[in-house]
Design a protein around this ligand. Structure first.
Ligand code: EPZ
Length: 416
């Protein structure tokens, strides 16, 4: 099992480019099931989760072909309408094939994703929404068995803001009869990217990026070409890496507005940060103040940057309170950061971080995608060597992170 070996103490300086956004590419790849023919995507990141999605699409009859970072997906009438447990358990986002299969073929059998390290990850709102559009849903032997000869537009109010739920419903509604209104919809930039791709395919969508999305169903959709947006979570992770090591790092290919909540907190902590149209620069800072953060749906502070932010607060002057409101168990990185010498008291959904200089390298274990990133970041500043195990978690969502960090001056290498 691969490990990441990090020597602490190097200052990161220079320019680094983000890759395409995993959490935009995944729903967009599932949207291809809505239209037979060849879809072409540029700026697709080479990640394990993308490979898992390509594998699942192949099991449904789609052929994919890579050409550098361009991915061609040829969709033909689905040979199978079943997303098997073996594929779905590797990647929860596979539930996003439910909406497209139901809308296009009138039925779908999708394994329930099951939970993961950060929470129970229910899909009740996805299913309630499909029922609102007229689908018959049964849960049987660990599978969602859905049928809908024809989905009909409806108004559906999400009782909790859900990114995946909003995406699944938007895709299902695109081919439903009549108009669907999604209220309390998620506003993440990845929702907007998916809506833009659906519109390129001929869908009629308005309000994406706001809490009320209106989808007017159409008869058919056609394959299109699209360039995936940049990964704002990777951008935030790289900016924090530069900041923690006291260097000057410019993260390129990012819309500053997409990481506004993080930049606001970093400025409050004392970092000098400049922005231009598609890049953000953090300037050298020797020390920074502890600043509380609470994670929330976009445009507030993203839960996907909480672990990385906690690593930075472990070295701050003072005590910060980090509150995780989105997932119920997203502090798996805390015990590992404590192994590196961090002073953190985790409670339910709240962690108290007493910042101090002087983490010391040690072997640690990645438990989930963003936790693994936070451990690598901590290793950049811990004295001595930090070995992060189970790095396959990192490979789910970061393309060539060690290459990007090394190019900035970090001493980090992958060990088979
Ligand atoms: C997406 O997950 C992202 N994954 C997650 O990124 C991200 O952390 C999350 O959104 C929040 O921003 C992808 O886009 C592939 P949710 P998703 O549905 O859609 C509750 C990463 O690190 N909920 O917005 O699964 C749920 O329990 C990953 O890249 C229900 O109660 O998240 C949670 O508390 C991790 N019922 C809250 O909503 C439902 O039917 C937000 O979950 C669905 C969700």
């Amino acid at each position: 099992m691969d490990k990441m070996v990090v020597q602490g103490g190097a200052q990161l300086n220079g320019l680094v480019k983000t890759s395409g956004a995993k959490n935009a590419a995944l729903p967009i790849l599932f949207a291809t099931l809505l239209a037979e023919g060849e879809h072409v995507f540029r700026n697709v990141p080479r990640l394990r989760d993308i490979d898992s999605t390509v594998e699942l699409l192949a099991s449904l009859g789609c052929q994919s072909k890579w050409d550098l970072d361009t991915l061609r997906v040829r969709v033909k009438k689905a040979g199978s309408l079943e997303a098997h447990y073996d594929l779905v358990r590797k990647m929860r986002a596979s539930i996003l094939c439910l909406g497209p299969l139901l809308a296009k073929y009138g039925e779908a059998v999708v394994s329930m994703p099951g939970g993961c390290a950060i929470g129970t990850r229910p899909i009740d709102l996805h299913l309630d929404g499909m029922r609102a559009l007229g689908a018959e849903i049964q849960l049987d032997e660990g599978y969602v068995k859905a049928k809908a000869p024809k989905l009909r537009g409806a108004t559906f109010v999400f009782e909790t803001c859900t990114v995946g739920g909003t995406e699944n419903l938007m895709m299902a509604a695109a081919l439903a009869e009549g108009t669907t209104i999604l209220e309390n919809a998620a506003k993440e930039p990845e929702i907007v990217d998916l809506a833009n791709y659906l519109i390129a395919m001929g869908a009629r969508i308005k309000g994406h990026g706001t809490g009320v999305i209106t989808i007017e169903g159409v008869q058919t959709l056609r394959p299109a070409e699209y360039s995936i947006m940049s990964d704002r979570i990777e951008a935030g992770t790289l900016l924090i890496a530069g900041a923690m090591t006291g260097g000057e790092v410019t993260v390129q290919r990012i819309k500053p507005a997409h990481i506004d909540a993080l930049v606001h907190k970093m400025r409050e902590a004392g970092f000098r940060i400049d922005e231009d149209s598609d890049s953000v620069t953090v300037h050298p800072t020797k020390s920074w103040k502890a600043v509380d953060v609470t994670t929330n749906p976009y445009p507030l502070f993203p839960t996907d940057l909480q672990a990385q932010y906690m690593a930075m607060m472990s070295l701050a002057e003072g005590t910060s309170v980090i509150t995780e409101t989105v997932f119920e168990n997203r502090f798996m990185h805390v015990q590992e950061l404590i192994r590196l010498g961090a002073d953190i008291t985790p409670k339910t959904r709240v962690a108290i971080v007493r910042g101090h200089r002087g983490l010391k390298g040690a072997p640690v274990m990645a438990t989930d995608l963003r936790a693994s990133a936070s451990l690598v970041l901590a290793g950049l500043v811990a004295e001595g060597e930090t070995i992060v195990g189970r790095i396959y978690h990192l490979d789910r969502g970061y393309e060539n992170l060690e290459k990007k960090l090394s190019a900035l001056g970090a001493k980090v290498r992958r060990q088979e």
